[in-house]
Write a new protein. Structure first.
Length: 390
């Protein structure tokens, strides 16, 4: 059988072997979803298929899951409706026909606990994007008021810079604001005074105060989301530690990646399918035996962004991934090199998650690294106990 969010269709065979289609419409409320799930379960279907329509498939999927039915969620791109038949009932019947013919395969749906954590993770990422926009707004308002603090301070949102901006909003003079400057700033006193000497109006100060208050509130909320996410992933702490050994992935990046792709790689089958699902695989466009440049396919935007961010960080480390990046950078350019590195990272993640083991870089001599780190302590103890001459 197949189901749209409110219009399920059941295909079955009667006693004579004829295919019978039963269509029914339900409302969109909780009681309607429960009634739909019970109606579907009454047929004891062999296969249940539903189309992924934005976020609207999630509630019916959960209702079916509660009655013991694991539906296949298929991509709408695979089941384009023929012209002239675009209604929910027609879609449901067409899905049922395709499913009965074995032409559909389900997409990846993580287990219920990871779906709950995914909701937290995605909201946190949304707030992080808003925070970045507010920080850019703060910079723009300061520049509009003639304050060029970003020229002499590397981090406008660091402790010292934030204290100076707070003093400016309070109405202090540049000389008074200078007392909040850190001794570690490379800029001279005169350069700081020139940067702080602007024309902030009352409106500038009002907007700056509101933006700064919003930034503080967003950072507090993001910290709450992060704590909740990491607490929910406490049972997978060993897996998080293993993922953090991959260059470019920190604790938060590993947590966000885990809630998106889950901890069961059998759902994807191969590393290539995971890369394809994430949208970091090479485009496939071949004609007359020649591979041509093709448009990259759309994948999971959250996983794709996480892998590309990790690739950016890994390109600045000392490991085999950085060497691969440098080799591709000359021939293919920075963007394609980062994309290829993200593809490589997806394969590493696919290997590490089932094993639960840490990442070992082929270009790093871990034995030599251990000796270099511990040799002074070893020599000191051997000398102390008389095994080496002082």
């Amino acid at each position: 059988m197949s189901t749209k969010p409110r219009s399920p269709c059941v295909l079955s065979e009667d006693a004579t072997g004829q295919v019978v289609a039963e269509l029914r419409e339900f409302g969109g409320f909780k009681r309607d979803r429960r009634a739909m799930a019970q109606w579907v379960a009454s047929f004891k279907p062999d296969v249940v298929v539903m189309e992924s329509t934005g976020i609207y498939w999630k509630s019916p999927y959960a209702a079916l899951e509660q009655v013991g039915i694991r539906a296949l969620v298929v991509n709408a791109r695979h089941v384009k409706q023929v012209p002239g038949r675009k209604t929910d009932l027609a879609d449901a019947q067409w899905l049922a026909i395709l499913a009965r013919s074995g032409w559909l395969h389900g997409g990846f749906v993580p287990p219920a606990n990871l779906r709950e954590l995914r909701l937290i993770a995605r909201q946190m990422q949304t707030l992080t994007g808003i925070l970045a926009g507010e920080k850019n707004r703060l910079h723009k308002v300061l520049t509009d008021g003639g304050i060029r603090l970003s020229v002499v301070v590397s981090d406008l949102h660091g402790k010292a810079a934030w204290a100076m901006i707070t003093a400016l909003v309070a109405g202090d003079t540049p000389s008074q604001v200078l007392h909040h400057a850190s001794q570690r700033l490379k800029a001279t006193e005169q350069e700081l005074l020139d940067a702080l000497d602007g024309d902030l109006s009352e409106s500038h100060r009002f907007v700056l105060a509101q933006v700064m208050d919003h930034v503080d509130d967003l950072e507090r909320r993001i910290a709450c989301f992060r704590a909740k996410l990491l607490a929910g992933l406490a049972p997978q702490q060993g897996l998080l530690n293993a993922l953090q050994t991959i260059p470019g992935l920190d604790e938060l990046g590993a947590a966000l990646l885990l809630v998106e792709i889950g901890d069961d790689m059998q759902a994807f089958g191969t590393a290539e399918r995971l890369a394809s699902w994430a949208g970091v695989c090479p485009a496939n466009h071949e004609s007359a035996g020649k591979r041509q440049n093709g448009k990259q396919r759309k994948g999971n935007p959250y996983v794709r962004r996480l892998l590309c961010e990790a690739a950016q960080a890994a390109s600045r480390t000392r490991c085999g991934l950085a060497e691969k990046f440098k080799a591709l950078l000359v021939r293919r350019g920075r963007k394609r090199a980062i994309f290829a590195l993200a593809h490589k990272l997806s394969k590493l993640v696919f290997i590490i998650i089932p094993r639960g083991d840490y990442y070992r870089d082929a270009t790093v001599d871990y034995e030599a690294m251990s000796v270099a780190r511990n040799a002074p302590r070893w020599i000191k103890m051997l000398t102390k106990h008389g095994y080496l001459a002082a």
